[in-house]
Structures are given as C-alpha cells and as structure tokens.
Design a protein around this ligand. Structure first.
Ligand SMILES: [Zn+2]
Length: 215
C-alpha cells in the first residue's frame, strides 16, 4: 500500500513467527494471541528498568540555566541531553527501535550541498500544488535513496521550517505553505503565516496538516 499523502510505503506482513510456547491458553486461542506477544526487547533480562522518568507530554520546564533560554541553542542542548539520557535508559534497543534515525540527527547523514539542493527541490515542487519532490530528488541526489529522502523530509526539513516560522512569530502554521507560500506572503495574498501584535504564542496554536491529519 502506498500512501500518496505522507509518501510512506505501508506494508502489513502476514504473521509467520513461531507460536508462544509458554502461552497458558489452549491451542486454538494460542494461535490467535501469540502473534501479538513477540519477543521482549526491553527491559533487557536481568537489567534494572529504572529510568530517570518524566511525565509524557509534560514538555520542558519553562526555566533553564542556559545563557539564552528558549534560543535555538537552548533547545538543541536540551534535546541532545534527553537523547543521551534515552540512549542510556534504553541501551541497545535505542538503535533497534531506530531512535538513532530520528530527529535532527538525520541531517548529519547529508552534506550541506545535498541539503541545499533538497530544499530548492522541495520549493520547486510544492506538495500543496500536488507536485512531488521525490522523483526529482532521487534523480538529483544519487547518494540518497527513497527512504533517506522521506526520512530527511519529515525529520529535518519539516521541523526546521516549523521552527523557523514559530521563531518568526507565526501563530498558525500550515506546512503546505512550506514550499509555495513564501511568495504569497510578500504579495499579501492569503496569509497563512500570521504574526500579529501579540508577541507571545504557544505551540498549541501551531497547526500543521501533517499533525492534524487534515490534508
Ligand atoms: Zn535551556
């Protein structure tokens, strides 16, 4: 199955794994349930499951000891710190679950020339106009493949654009404007990026079609 909206290929494979031998249920129900049990990855057997913890969704505290709280450097520092903590808490599953392939880190696999080229390709082929940057990117970036291009787009390109626009004071962000909208901002046509006199804004106002699923 190919999802034309998010550019991801989704595949649902038939369960072919072994039945769970220690399943307490009878044979019939075993075949139904064992497929969901899988293999334990974490916590690693015999290891403590103690982690630094934290409340999911709580976000970072407003206060920190950085020189410029809230700055790009501040955010990067806290992300890096938490990444190291997560790596420490999870151990090998950190790589098995592909956390090393998530976030801004993905950009380290691309040189600056490739990144610049990709940015201009996305702008020339706006998703909002039904175009796709995938094929031209595959042709122009011989060292990258479909998976790495899609990964770069969602892990690096889109978050960078959102960060740039929120820092510019945009209260409402529509990522479909990422590629095509810049010209329209200057022309004063439908402005989806609105920075009004209210200088404080909250991330709850930041809406993206990717996040809200209203594409
Ligand atoms: Zn900070």
């Amino acid at each position: 199955m190919f999802c034309g909206k998010c550019l991801l290929r989704l595949t649902c494979l038939e369960w072919t794994g072994p039945p769970h031998k220690k399943c307490p249920h009878n044979a019939d129900s075993e075949s139904d349930t064992s497929r969901w049990l899988g293999t334990r990855v974490w916590p690693i057997k015999g290891k403590s499951i103690e982690t630094k913890g934290g409340v999911i969704g709580k976000g970072r505290p407003d206060f920190c000891l950085c020189v410029s709280p809230g700055s790009e450097e501040c955010v990067k520092t806290h992300i890096a710190d938490n990444r190291i903590q997560l790596q420490f808490d999870l151990g090998p599953p950190f790589w098995r679950w592909k956390f090393d392939e998530m976030g801004e880190e993905v950009s380290k696999l691309w040189n600056s020339e490739e990144q610049k080229k990709f940015t201009s390709l996305v702008k020339m082929n706006p998703v909002s106009q039904g175009k796709s940057f995938l094929k031209p990117a595959l042709e122009s970036l011989p060292c990258q493949h479909r998976k790495s291009i899609v990964s770069y787009y969602f892990n690096v390109y889109v978050p960078r654009r959102i960060s740039m626009k929120t820092r510019a004071g945009c209260k409402i962000i529509d990522t479909d404007d990422d590629e095509a909208g810049e010209a329209s901002y200057s022309k004063g046509s439908r402005k989806r990026c609105r920075a009004d006199s209210v200088t404080s804004y909250s991330s709850k106002y930041v809406k993206t079609r990717y996040l809200t699923g209203r594409r």
